[in-house]
Design a protein around this ligand. Structure first.
Ligand code: ZN
Length: 452
């Protein structure tokens, strides 16, 4: 058991002062506001619940910044994808462990205490299948265990190169499964995470490009009630190809043909008509937004103002992990809307409301729903995922309550994070994860070899 005391803490009911939190067996056992610190309490300034990065492809951290050299033609998502495939094809299981461990360490240092790993690098470098179909999933689980981050493993089903069941191309050979192979991979993955504290599992049909309609129907039951994540409508070309294939746009097709509900997380959903925006919001599904990656890849700007006005739920993900930051993702989300609508505080939810607080609350709730975490935030029964901010940071000076969150997201960024507990373990102190140095050395050795 450990006892923490915070001068102020953001609880599900709102801000409270002098809050004591008791942790037992990795979970929050008790939360008591308005009590003075007791002898033996570990004391901190400001406590927030941890966030989920609900959409990550950990291995892509290895190529962060390596696709910023302009090619001969108009540089698009599709040329970035070629670089990504080359990188993916070279990585060994040990490389994946090294890269994923570092990116999870970085996520924790940024205030992410859970990751939704949309995992599709399943097979060996030549495309042959490992003896254990969950070989690579086990590497993700190892990285989660070493770093302490909560893992929601989302094995991805990927079968085709484009709409209409087109054959995959050679660069996709490590991702490809039949439905039967994927069922075995799911069973093995379940076994792999069974002993990992705080881990759970869902499925991720990759996209309507990679999954045919009959396959989508066949794989959804393999989630066994867990979350279902799918990429949709990230790129204009994808929308055009989907229209050519089906006469429907990707989100429209999903809403008409798939049982989209609160278990679902639609990743990106960047390009939607007004009708799609309101229809997706009504399903209760979470929009999985990855504003930094979407900006990096030139995807477009998610219609966040209209989606939130329609009651839509969202969470945030670090996706390509080109830059890992919780405050950065939320700031980019709001700044995209400011640039689009030429206005300020677009997503605050109304006059007198803090933009940072509104975004943070929504991302905590949407992240928990998309990761199938029943208890949310700093409340009894929830996993003890807690982030403290450094009250002495210049961007937080003189601030209280919501203004602290605004100071963190819009001014300080990650430098304001002090300590992070994940599953009750204090893994970050003074802004540094205890494995930072070792994880960097192992990552650097792997990446130096991969880019050589
Ligand atoms: Zn993705």
């Amino acid at each position: 058991m450990s006892r923490l005391h915070f001068a102020s803490a953001l609880l599900p009911s709102g801000w409270a002062n002098d809050v004591q939190v008791v942790i037992t067996a990795g979970a929050i056992a008790d939360v008591t506001p308005d009590v003075p610190p007791a002898a033996g309490d570990e004391r901190h300034d400001v406590a927030l619940p941890g966030l989920a990065s609900l959409h990550s492809h950990a291995f892509q951290r290895g190529m962060a910044g390596l696709a910023e050299l302009r090619g001969n033609s108009t540089d698009t998502f599709w040329t970035w994808r070629e670089t990504m495939y080359r990188f993916a094809l070279a990585m060994t299981p040990d490389d994946v462990t090294a890269v994923a461990t570092l990116v999870y360490v970085e996520m924790l240092e940024q205030g992410f205490t859970r990751v939704g790993e949309f995992h599709y690098l399943h097979h060996d470098r030549d495309g042959s299948h490992y003896d254990d179909p969950a070989e690579m999933a086990a590497r993700i689980a190892q990285a989660a265990e070493a770093s302490g981050i909560g893992l929601t493993l989302l094995p991805s089903f990927y079968a085709h190169g484009s709409f209409g069941g087109a054959a995959p191309h050679d660069g996709q050979r490590r991702f490809i499964c039949s439905v039967d192979q994927f069922a075995k991979l799911m069973a093995a993955s379940r076994k792999t995470i069974a002993t990992l504290p705080g881990a759970n599992i869902g499925i991720a049909p990759h996209s309507l490009r990679a999954v045919a309609p009959d396959e989508l129907s066949a794989v959804i039951p393999l989630a066994e009630g867990g979350p279902v994540h799918i990429h949709a409508a990230e790129q204009v070309k994808e929308v055009e190809d989907c229209l050519a294939w089906s006469g429907r746009r990707p989100v429209q097709w999903l809403l008409e043909h798939a049982p989209v509900d609160r278990r679902w997380c639609v990743i990106h959903a960047t390009h939607m008509t007004d009708q799609e925006v309101s229809a997706l919001a009504k399903t209760g599904a979470v929009a999985g937004l990855c504003p930094i990656t979407e900006a990096s890849l030139g995807d477009g700007i998610f219609p966040a103002r209209d989606f939130l006005d329609a009651g839509g739920l969202f969470g945030i993900g670090t996706d390509s992990n080109v830059l890992v930051g919780a405050a950065d993702e939320l700031r980019q989300l709001e700044y995209g809307q400011r640039l689009k609508h030429r206005a300020r505080n677009v997503l605050s939810g109304g006059a007198g409301r803090s933009t940072g607080r509104t975004l943070f609350d929504a991302a905590v709730a949407g992240g928990a729903q998309a990761m199938a975490q029943p208890a949310v935030g700093l409340s009894p029964g929830a996993r003890a995922d807690i982030v403290t901010l450094d009250g002495s940071h210049p961007s937080l000076a003189g601030r209280a309550r919501d203004a602290v969150i605004d100071g963190w997201i819009f001014a300080a960024g990650s430098t304001a994070i002090d300590c992070v507990w994940a599953g009750g373990n204090k893994v970050v102190e003074g802004g540094r994860h205890k494995l930072r140095q070792a994880a960097r050395e192992r990552f650097n050795a792997a990446v130096r070899r991969l880019v050589a």
